[in-house]
Design a protein around this ligand. Structure first.
Ligand SMILES: NC(=O)c1ccc[n+]([C@@H]2O[C@H](COP(=O)([O-])OP(=O)(O)OC[C@H]3O[C@@H](n4cnc5c(N)ncnc54)[C@H](O)[C@@H]3O)[C@@H](O)[C@H]2O)c1
Length: 387
C-alpha cells in the first residue's frame, strides 16, 4: 500500500517536528507556512538535526537525504492538493484556525482527514466551519514532537468513527504511543497535570516550604524528573500561567484549576524562567543555588499533598469518561515523564488512604478545590482498585 501524502500547516516549533516525524516514517510531506522566514528556519533546523544524527551514527547519509527529499517546504497552501491528511500547527487562535480550515478543505478531496494540534481550543469548534465536519480530529503532539512518544487523539462530536480509527492507526504507525481523549479542556495531560503546578504554588503561598524544598520533595522523594518550580521555569511562567488561566476559564472557573498570584506576579515581573535568566530560581552565571530543607517529614507531607491532588484529577477524568484508566496512566508517563502512572500509584498507596488525604484537606480548608472525586468514594465503598 502506498503511503498517503501528509500536509503540515505551520512550520514553527510543533509543525516542523511533526513534519519530521511523518517524513521519517516514509510519507511524502508538504510543510506550509505563511511566513517564508519560518520555512527557511525550519529547513535549517531540520538539516542540523539530520547532520547531528548522522554524526552520532544513528542515521546514514542516505536516510537523511531521503528524509529531506520527502519534505516539500512551501508558502502555498495549494501544495496540500492530493494530501490524505493535514495536521494544522499554527497560532492558537480560533478565528485564524477557522479561516485556514475552510481554505484547506477547498483544496483537498473529501477523504482527506483534517487535524489540529491545538493544546487548548475545542476540536468541535475548529471543525464547525467544515462542509464535511466528520473529517475533523485533534492530534495533539508534545514538544519536541520527534522525541516525545505520546500523542493524544481527540475525536470531536462531529468526527466519524472511521476518521478516528484511521487517524489513530496512522499515528501509531509512526511509532508513537497514542491515547484517546474526549474533546474537553486540556484533553488528558494538560488537565491532569494542573495540580503539579497549582498545589505546589499553593503550598509555597501558605509558607509551608520554599521553591527549592518543594522541588526537592518531588524529585528526591517522589522521583519526578523535575520539580514543579524548575519545570515552570523551563516551560516559562508566562506560557504556563496562560495555560492555567485558559483551563480555569474553560472549566467554568472550577476552583480546582484556580491560577496563582505568585506565578502571575513572576510572569508580570518578567521572571519567565530559564529564557529570561530568572524565574522562581536564578539562572544567571554566578547564581548560587538555593539549598532545600531536606527534612523528610516535611518533604513527605508536601509529596503526599501534591500527589493526592494529582490522583484526584486523574480519578475525576476517569469518572467523567475523558479517557480510560490505561490511557490516563500512559499519557502521564509518556507525555510528561511521570515516574509512575497516577492510577497505578493510587492503587499502591491504597484508594482509602488517598481519599483520607483529600478529605483531610477538604475539612481543613473548606474549599471546593479539595473535594474528592465521587469515583474515589465509590471505589472505597465497593473496595475496588483501578487495575
Ligand atoms: N509549543 C508547544 O509546546 C505545543 C505543544 C503542543 C501543541 N501546541 C500547539 O501547536 C500549535 C502551534 O504551536 P507552536 O508552539 O508550534 O507555535 P509557533 O509559534 O512556534 O509556530 C506557529 C507557526 O504558524 C505560522 N502561522 C501562523 N498563522 C498562519 C497561517 N494563517 N497559515 C500558515 N502558517 C501560519 C507562523 O508563521 C509560525 O511559524 C498551537 O495550536 C499550539 O497550541 C504547542
Amino acid at each position: 500500500m502506498s503511503k498517503i501524502k501528509v500536509g503540515v500547516l505551520g512550520a514553527g516549533t510543533m509543525g516542523a517536528g511533526i513534519a519530521q516525524v511523518a517524513a521519517q516514517s516514509g510519507h511524502e510531506v508538504v510543510l506550509v507556512d505563511v511566513n517564508e522566514k519560518a520555512i527557511i528556519s525550519a529547513k535549517e533546523k531540520l538539516n542540523k538535526i539530520i547532520d547531528r544524527l548522522i554524526e552520532k551514527g544513528k542515521w546514514t547519509q542516505d536516510f537523511g537525504d531521503d528524509l529531506l527529499g520527502r519534505i516539500k517546504f512551501s508558502t502555498e497552501m495549494q501544495d496540500f492538493s492530493g494530501s490524505g491528511m493535514i495536521i494544522e500547527a499554527i497560532v492558537e487562535n480560533v478565528e485564524v484556525k477557522h479561516a485556514v480550515f475552510s481554505k484547506m478543505e477547498a483544496i483537498v478531496d473529501k477523504h482527506c482527514i483534517l487535524a489540529s494540534n491545538t493544546s487548548s481550543l475545542s476540536i468541535a469548534s475548529i471543525g464547525s466551519v467544515l462542509k464535511n465536519p466528520e473529517r475533523i480530529i485533534g492530534i495533539h503532539f508534545f514538544n519536541p514532537a520527534p522525541l516525545m512518544p505520546l500523542v493524544e487523539i481527540i475525536p470531536a462530536v462531529q468526527t466519524s468513527e472511521k476518521v478516528a480509527k484511521e487517524a489513530r492507526e496512522m499515528v501509531d504507525s509512526w511509532g508513537k504511543v497514542t491515547v484517546l481523549a474526549k474533546d474537553t479542556p486540556g484533553f488528558i495531560v494538560n488537565r491532569v497535570a494542573r495540580p503539579f503546578y497549582g498545589e505546589a504554588l499553593r503550598i509555597y503561598e501558605e509558607g509551608v516550604a520554599d521553591f527549592a524544598t518543594i522541588d526537592w520533595a518531588m524529585t528526591e522523594l517522589g522521583k519526578f524528573r523535575m520539580g514543579p518550580f524548575t519545570l515552570m521555569d523551563y516551560i516559562g511562567n508566562d506560557v504556563n500561567y496562560t495555560v492555567t488561566e485558559t483551563v480555569f476559564a474553560a472549566f467554568y472557573y472550577d476552583p480546582r484549576f484556580k491560577p496563582s498570584f505568585t506565578q502571575k506576579r513572576h510572569s508580570e515581573a518578567g521572571f519567565y524562567g530559564r529564557k529570561s535568566g530568572r524565574g522562581f530560581f536564578d539562572y544567571s552565571e554566578n547564581a548560587i543555588a538555593v539549598e532545600p530543607n531536606k527534612d523528610e517529614v516535611l518533604g513527605n507531607k508536601i509529596l503526599k499533598r501534591i500527589l493526592a491532588m494529582l490522583i484526584n484529577e486523574a480519578a475525576d477524568a476517569v469518572f467523567l469518561n475523558v479517557a480510560t484508566n490505561e490511557d490516563i496512566d500512559l499519557a502521564m508517563t509518556k507525555g510528561v515523564n511521570y515516574p509512575k502512572g497516577l492510577l497505578k500509584w493510587a492503587d499502591e498507596i491504597g484508594i482509602e488512604n488517598v481519599l483520607n488525604d483529600l478529605q483531610e484537606l477538604f475539612n481543613e480548608y473548606g474549599e471546593d478545590r479539595y473535594r474528592p472525586s465521587p469515583l474515589l468514594k465509590k471505589m472505597v465503598r465497593e473496595n475496588k482498585s483501578f487495575f
